[in-house]
Design a protein around this ligand. Structure first.
Ligand code: SF4
Length: 235
């Protein structure tokens, strides 16, 4: 039975990003109606990690911007009290200033900022306590995944080492499957514990670790996933 909890775990808090109107290459679409991940799903999952003393790194972003979610600091406090996992926030930096960085540090949260303009990069670089700050561009291969030929083969460790709950409450395959065509479970119906040991997740993880790609997204995916050495497509 595959019962290990992944070492990285992301909650996609919503389908909202303040910069999505500027970025055609991002899966987040500004005109979509807003959907927010059910808070109870997040809390129950973190509480479960705490109950089994699992220490992983938690993220509050996939294709959303986490710092615009009004629940973020409440969730960081909830993690400290009930879970105790490390938290890493990836943000575009729009809502980040020194005061916010200081608040994140108090809550034991590492901040990584992807800046989409030179001005923002220069502004964020002046702040004390930011974990990392990069001048970013979006990766064109992410959005094009489903248009690629279905010819890819090889090992992928992504679903084995990385858990994702998307904004609808589905347990996603990985962030590359951005249309969420291959959910491995649904937190609206099952607990995270049930999904982690489910037949579907076990089969997919076992297959991908053996280099077998049975899902459509995987057959088209140029990324080998986390933990694979010498990945020529790593971007
Ligand atoms: S092969 Fe690609 S689409 Fe499939 S699980 Fe790995 S990263 Fe995701």
């Amino acid at each position: 039975m595959r019962d290990s909890i992944p070492i990285s775990f992301a909650f996609e808090l919503s389908n909202r990003c303040n910069l999505s109107q500027c970025h055609d290459l991002c899966p987040t679409v500004a005109t979509d109606p807003p959907i927010f991940l059910n808070t109870d799903i997040i809390k129950d999952t973190m509480k479960y990690f705490g109950s089994v003393k699992h220490k992983c790194t938690i993220y509050f972003n996939v294709y959303n911007e986490p710092t615009i979610d009004p629940r973020l600091f409440m969730l960081l406090e909830y993690n400290m009290k009930h879970c105790g996992c490390a938290v890493s926030i990836f943000t575009n930096g729009w809502g980040v200033n020194q005061y916010m960085v200081d608040e994140f540090i108090k809550l034991n949260t590492r901040l990584s900022v992807s800046c989409y303009t030179d001005d923002e990069y220069n502004r964020i670089k002046q702040l004390d306590g930011v974990g990392s700050c990069n001048r970013s561009t979006l990766n064109v291969k992410v959005k094009q995944l489903y248009d690629a030929p279905a010819t890819r083969t090889g090992v992928c460790l992504f679903p084995s080492v990385y858990g994702i709950i998307n904004h609808k409450g589905q347990y996603g395959l990985c962030c590359r499957d951005w249309k969420w065509n291959h959910p491995l479970g649904d937190l609206n119906v099952n607990t995270v514990k049930e999904i982690l040991v489910s037949e579907e997740r076990t089969r997919i993880c076992d297959e991908l670790e053996a280099g077998v790609r049975s899902l459509d997204a995987c057959k088209r995916c140029p990324f080998h996933g986390w933990g694979v050495k010498n990945d020529p497509y790593k971007g």
